[in-house]
Design a protein. Structure first.
Length: 417
């Protein structure tokens, strides 16, 4: 186990120091270790703000010198295990002390040993005093641009809760699952620990995993039977499946060949491939001699709305990421709008909480492109999410009574001429 943990410490550090993505890192971990690795990292990401701002300052009185900064990452993972995972305490401490010794020196080992033993002695008190704070200072900076302290506090509540499993069912399917809840927006919700592959409906190709928020943009489009749809940034294909299931003919575009392969596998599993065409393109360079009735742009974004399912986001995203993505979205939207027929619809969606990637983006677009107007969204079940401009601003607290929803933004635009 010690060697696995040493590898995990290096991987955890690389997420923060080398901006390696958690999903890429996961793929490097052997299959048989994945379950523990995933539990450790997900818990560490969720608890990192508490560990950094409440736990460690009580026992680490001096700043750790830069040359030994690996000790910070050792302490983050070790503290996660001691406070939040059910592992034998002394085995945990000994493993991390050994890593500290091998990565620094005897003093590093003694230091980690002293801190961890202190944490262990104070464990009950520390957990009783958990302040339920999960958002990093950088993440808060993003949210404070657009939301009040009360709204942010409400969002933060959901950061401490594991996200449930949401399913989208084909129109023709009739869900038959114990414990399932039908959400007001049409998705089926199951408890967080549900294994999707154990469900008959999944095995039979009747449904797919898709957060309730992510399923909303396609539902805003109304009748799609026989329509030609350009699905931009389509992989892994949750929305593509909805479009095909609704009877549309879909051209799905994504920059990643690998992710398009996954999309095709997903659509084949559901038996919906008949009216699907895929194109590997950077949306900014998309060059096709065709016009569409509908364009779905599920734009690349800071993904700040997905912090429940991807808690690393609370610790890694900055205002710079939001600016960068907003700039990319603006360019993609402008470029792709040329493929829309007269009177056609664009549905623009991002899983971001930042208004620069949502409300502000669309307001600027319609100001700069007078051929387009906003079509107010009136979808049943989204009443609380509708803004005065006719958009949907979905906040994690909007399905509070059902344990939340991903943060999302949706707008529908129409080409007038
Ligand atoms: C939010 S995911 C899309 C999710 C998908 N629409 C669904 O419902 O399953 C964003 C996708 O955008 C793709 N992407 C990112 N930048 C792109 C670009 N410049 N052009 C085309 N696709 C891009 C990524 O590869 C990724 O698959």
């Amino acid at each position: 186990m010690a060697t696995d943990r040493e590898n995990y410490v290096n991987l955890f550090k690389s997420i923060f120091k080398d901006s390696v993505s958690f999903s890429d890192i996961k793929k490097t971990v052997p299959e048989e270790e994945r379950s523990f690795f995933n539990m450790l990292f997900m818990s560490a990401f969720r608890q990192l703000t508490f560990i950094k701002t409440v736990v460690l300052p009580q026992f680490v009185k001096k700043k750790i010198p830069h040359k030994n900064e690996i000790l910070n990452f050792i302490l983050y993972l070790a503290t996660t295990e001691l406070l939040f995972l059910d592992k034998p305490d002394y085995a945990v401490i000994n493993s991390y002390v050994d890593i500290a010794k091998s990565k620094t020196d005897k003093f590093g080992g003694n230091f980690v040993n002293a801190v961890l033993r202190n944490i262990l002695r104070n464990r009950t008190l520390l957990l009783e005093k958990h302040n339920q704070k999960f958002f990093s200072a950088d993440f808060l900076k993003i949210l404070k641009q657009d939301y009040t302290p009360i709204e942010i506090e409400e969002m933060e509540h959901f950061a401490g809760i594991e996200a449930p499993l949401d399913l989208t069912f084909k129109y023709s399917a009739h869900p038959s699952i114990d414990n399932a809840i039908l959400l007001p927006t049409g998705s089926i919700r199951l408890p967080a620990n549900t294994k999707i592959t154990s469900l008959d409906d999944f095995q039979e190709g009747n449904c797919w995993a898709q957060d309730a928020a992510s399923a909303i943009p396609v539902r805003c489009l109304g009748e799609l039977k026989g329509k030609k749809v350009l699905d931009i940034c389509a992989a892994p294909g949750g929305k593509t499946a909805q479009l095909l299931d609704a009877g549309a003919t879909v051209t799905a575009v994504d920059i990643s060949e690998k992710r398009l392969v996954k999309l095709k596998e997903n659509i084949e599993r559901l038996g919906l491939s008949k009216n699907l065409n895929t194109l590997c393109y950077n949306a900014l360079d998309l060059d096709i001699n065709e016009k569409f009735d509908v364009i779905l742009l599920d734009a690349p974004c800071s993904a700040t709305g997905t912090f429940r399912r991807h808690p690393e986001i609370m610790n890694t995203k900055t205002i710079e990421d939001v600016k960068k993505q907003a700039d990319l979205q603006r360019k993609i939207l402008k470029h792709c709008a040329i493929f829309l027929k007269s009177n056609g619809l664009i549905v623009y969606a991002t899983c971001s909480l930042a208004k620069a990637e949502g409300e502000k983006q669309i307001k600027t677009f319609v100001k700069e492109c007078p051929d387009f107007c906003v079509v107010p969204i009136k979808l049943k079940g989204t009443e609380k999410m509708q803004t005065k401009e006719g958009f949907l601003r979905i906040l994690p607290q909007y399905l509070r009574e059902f344990s939340g929803i991903d943060g999302f933004f949706v707008a529908v635009l129409k080409r007038k001429i």
